[in-house]
Ligand binder design. Sequence first.
Ligand SMILES: [Zn+2]
Length: 728
Amino acid sequence: MQTLVIVESPAKAKTIEKYLGKGYVVKASVGHIRDLPKSNKNAIDIQAGFVPNYEIVQKKQEIIKELSSFAKKSDKVLLATDRDREGEAIAWHLVEALKLPKEKTKRIAFNEITKDAVQEAIKHPREIDQNLRKAQEARRVLDRLVGYDLSGLIWKKVRYGLSAGRVQSPALRILMEREREIRAFIPEAYWVLTANVVSHDYTFSLTCTEEPKEEAEANRIVAVAKEGSWFVKDIKETEQKRAPRPPFTTSTLQQTASTRLGFSPSKTMAVAQKLYEAGHITYMRTDSLTLSEAALGMLSSVIEKNFGKSFIEITKYKTKSKNAQEAHEAIRPTNPVKIRAGSTDEQKRLYNLIWMRTVASQMKSAQLAKTKILANIAGETIPDFAVRGSRVVYDGWLKADPAARGEDVELPQVHKGDSLTLTSIESEGKYTTPPNRYTEAGLVKELEKSGIGRPSTYASIMKNLADRGYVEKQGKTLIPTDTGDVVSSFLEKYFKDYISNSFTADMENELDEIANGTREYVATLKNFYTTFSEEVKSKENIEKLTNLGPVPKEFTCPKCQAPMEYKLGRGGKFMSCTKYPECDGARTNSGDIVEPDKPLGIYPETGEEIFVLNGRFGPYVQVGDPKKAKEKGKKEKPRRASLPKDKDPSEVTLEEALTYLTLPRVLGVHPVTNEPITASVGRFGPYIVHQKDFRSLKKDDVYTITLERALEILAEEKKTRKGRFAKK
Ligand SMILES: [Zn+2]
């Protein structure tokens, strides 16, 4: 009797194998084995009911073969992928791709990779949950269709190569709305007044409780204050309770790891994944605040042992999300007795954060004493001045999470009615500041609040925005780029509803309903896509967005002095002459003059000039002036060559350009076929080709590779796209 257990990652396989012992073989699929084809609308058969045409993920053929042979040798197959929709989908793809017989295949799921949890799960195998699986499929199909259609439109109407997405675009809009607030912000002046006083040989400072907006008023207060006799008007003491925070969900973990550890959301998820796979924490994609009864029991004894019995206060937090049943628990240590866990520094720090938060969540509230001293002058003809202090009376949960404690602010021992001696008073003029830009943590919080995205998607939304060049990260701050601005403005103008918070949140809820089994897949997609595709079609004839508005008047065309307008280029916004294409004068976004393309030198073979230019697929060198070629209406394509990947176009020398222009190079003829072998550089890098047999060059230099070496490479077995060995 042998049981095959399939999980998605080798690390998880290793941990599980320890717990199962004899009779079990644990293997990893290493993520998804099937997916939609890379970029192709036919990936989905809309007519047939939004049926995805999955294909085997590149390089997975070997793994499938291996898993298949293990499955054949086993009496039972258990699919133990992660417990969420993604995991359910991977399990289903395994059944389909490996053609696993229904009678010997079962699904098991657990929330933590511990001996008890794994053995318990083995006792309760079930069928694949088709609702969860369908919900994952619906998201994938929806995102593909929306991304494909919207991006296609943006390519035509804004600029080639841009992208838009169902969830990514609302996130970008949120950033842009804040950016516009910042741009429209008008700073206002205000004055901060500080009085330094002495009482019983003790010096301290008080701040005016009002911040005058007029300098004259600030000056009046200062003048009156200097003449007045100061006294302690009142002392107010308040007790304040600070309750612990609930245990971590995905979003609060990402936020706290960002502020406390400086981790980006994707880094937090990657590190958490490692901790989960090693059995240290429960599943990290969750929006549940619940802790299991067993966990609460363990936490009680951990608190008693580490801090004392009196600190325990068991709290059951209510989960806000309507659909938290897929992952039953908050993120917590699987064994809180372990204060430290993890094999790298990052893992240790994240584990410590999770440990503190979980333990603190089951401890008593802290008690703080807050004191406010109010002072004024006799007659009270100026606003009160105040100083605040605070002190922890009882630390409660802060004992487990000292970083949340903050410093005590001690106040001088004064009494109501005491007189004070003013030593000096300062008036400082300030300006109000615009709202802050979002940090990654702040955006995750905003997305969760608006119901956009789910625990499994926050990190990828952040990553997408950066990868697309729509935001730049400065420290933790997200700054939308010009390109992000243009794309968002375009979508806000033409697809306002589709990128609104409510629409996106409703769609997420519908996906949740598919997962619950209360909503139907085809009807949901049809309902959405029918109107959406009509909406996209109706925009076919809108004008191409070429003009992004006039530039400040001080900038005129450097060639003809005509007014200029903003346009979107490859590197962002730039200023372009309004007479374009008759005049091609241009300036950068900051107004610097863009030099017209100067030739690098002469191409000896034809006597034409050589230029460095920028194209769809990156910078290249060209023989012959591009404008002259256009004027002549030359049919013949000019000679061109791509720059090597890391080459800065502004640093290309004539010598280098001539080297690049040696491509494509004919190395010689193949001794068997008598057909030429050529070396060149394409979109995907340097390669050699013989009779349509393309081989990319990894170590060899495309400019110097010899015929001999090329024959060697061509003689090697070729891995085809599907990972199979090609027939010779
Ligand atoms: Zn001009």
